[in-house]
Write a protein that binds this ligand. Structure first.
Ligand SMILES: Cc1cc2nc3c(=O)[nH]c(=O)nc-3n(C[C@H](O)[C@H](O)[C@H](O)COP(=O)(O)OP(=O)(O)OC[C@H]3O[C@@H](n4cnc5c(N)ncnc54)[C@H](O)[C@@H]3O)c2cc1C
Length: 326
């Protein structure tokens, strides 16, 4: 790890000013410390977002849920309003990583963490994501890699928060050198075809200052399920968040997002269309789940993930259909 200066900004504006080409922003530091140790970054300054007070709130207002970027996953998982009315988000936060990591990891850092592909993380492989010419996973060890959208880079997007927040229609408040802007999570994540070197559309001197989730529509309910290789802490083989809005027992609108499937959180639009207008029962969930994995392009060792994803989509749709809160 390189030597760096430690900056404790007093405000978001001071933090923005301290950022730039040779600086990195630190929230909980779980991913950032790994990036430093793996020599994927070598900043001259670390800007400590946690020095700024008031960025860790979790508050439900008339216009929805306001989450500070420094709210930890543990607090989000336990917040009563989140558990009651934003169920998919609470469960995604509560199932990520380990209790120790959830006590430190923040919502903002989780959304903006970098992929865990072992070729990307290893100094020994100059993959496309680091400016090289090859995606080593495509003909290498790819059992945990993407089975959708994997033509350029096969790393899966790592963030459980992204999966749940995208399904619930979340957006980000962002502050940068040119002031404040809002960005819906829909369209915020960048595919390898758009730019293989990055995963999101945040500028180098921009900071996420709030995550906003709209209030549940009447008749809405949501669920999040994750399947790993083991019951104790694990990265997902499949994770799915579903938001259902129903009227008269039928699905008015569904939002279905798959994680661990593609380089960005994958909105399964064919599955959403398959549910529209239907009573959400076992047959409808099964048909939608099949549609969710249509077009899969599995690699040599990850075909089993397609089957698991299909099962988890079906189960999550049915879990959302049983719930009353979002
Ligand atoms: C063993 C292990 C298992 C894990 N399992 C899971 C899992 O199952 N699911 C899952 O989702 N995650 C998992 N993680 C990842 C973990 O949840 C993330 O690393 C963590 O949430 C990152 O949050 P942080 O606050 O520590 O971010 P940091 O490491 O501080 O920051 C991460 C990145 O985000 C940027 N950043 C942070 N906050 C902001 C902001 N407000 N504005 C702009 N940029 C910002 C930083 O500059 C940095 O680039 C796991 C990690 C480990 C080590």
């Amino acid at each position: 790890m390189n030597r760096f200066a430690w900056v404790n900004p007093g405000s978001v504006e001071e933090a923005v000013a301290a950022l730039g080409a040779r600086a990195a922003l630190k929230a909980g530091g779980v991913d950032l410390m790994d990036l430093l140790k793996e020599r994927l970054i070598a900043p001259e300054r670390l800007v400590n977002l946690r020095a700024i007070p008031g960025l860790d709130g979790i508050e439900e207002r008339a216009d929805g849920l306001h989450i500070g970027p420094l709210a930890t996953l543990a607090r989000l998982a336990e917040a009563q309003a989140v558990r009651l009315r934003y169920r998919a988000l609470a469960d995604a936060a509560g199932r990520a990583a380990t209790p120790q990591i959830r006590n430190v990891a923040t919502v903002g850092g989780n959304l903006l963490q970098r992929p865990r592909c072992w070729y990307f993380r290893s100094e020994d492989f100059l993959c496309k994501k680091k400016g090289g010419a090859r995606c080593f996973a495509q003909d290498g060890e790819n059992a945990y890699h993407a089975f959708l959208g994997n033509a350029v880079c096969a790393a899966v997007h790592p963030s459980a928060m992204a999966v749940a927040l995208l399904a619930l229609g979340g957006k980000l408040r962002i502050v940068g050198p040119r002031g404040e802007r809002e960005a819906p999570l829909e369209g915020f994540f960048v595919t390898p075809e758009q730019d293989v070197l990055r995963e999101h559309a945040l500028g180098p001197q921009e900071i996420v200052t709030e995550v906003l989730v709209p209030p549940p529509a009447p008749g809405a309910s949501s669920a999040y399920l994750k399947q790993g290789e083991k019951e104790s802490y694990d990265w997902p083989l499949a994770e799915v968040a579903v938001l259902l809005e129903r009227e008269g027992g039928r699905c008015r609108r569904a939002s279905i997002v798959l994680g661990a499937a593609a380089p960005v959180p994958h909105r399964a639009r064919a599955a959403e269309a398959a549910l529209a207008g239907k009573a959400v029962d076992e047959a409808a969930a099964r048909a939608a789940a099949r549609a969710a994995v249509e077009g899969a392009t599995p690699l040599a060792d990850n075909g089993y993930k397609v089957t698991i994803a299909e099962v988890i989509v079906r189960r999550t749709i049915l879990a959302a259909a049983q719930g009353s809160g979002t």
